[in-house]
Ligand binder design. Structure first.
Ligand code: ZN
Length: 115
């Protein structure tokens, strides 16, 4: 199955972008969001949107074996399979989509906390 992780991250970044966008760029971002949502299972896209409307991020990196959203330590097996499959894990505590962070990649969670 194709992973939707990059799409979800992109969607989240577009929503963050929307916070700062003005017309006519806002319309372009909204159109891009609609287009991207066609590629993402609806319930996943909906969660990103719901979290965004509450001022939270739904897609967070794995940080030292913990969820980047609530900092709950994830079971070792989960951490290992996330790293091995480059997949996505839904945190049982906060419901965030946790993805394994690649080296030297800036953290979306950090960016989000700065707004
Ligand atoms: Zn969590």
């Amino acid at each position: 199955m194709k992973t939707t992780k990059p799409d979800l991250l992109e969607l989240q970044e577009m929503y963050l972008d929307l916070n700062h966008a003005r017309q006519p760029r806002k319309d372009r971002v909204l159109k891009a969001i609609e287009k991207l949502k066609n590629r993402i299972p609806e319930h996943l896209a909906q969660r990103v949107e719901d979290y965004h409307s509450k001022g939270r991020v739904a897609v967070v990196p794995l940080v030292h074996g913990s969820c980047g959203g609530c900092f709950l330590t994830l079971p070792g097996g989960v951490v290992n399979s996330l790293a091995a499959q480059d997949g996505l894990y839904i945190c049982e505590n906060c419901g965030c989509f946790v993805y394994p962070q690649k080296q030297q990649e800036s953290s979306p969670a950090e960016v989000a906390f700065n707004i």
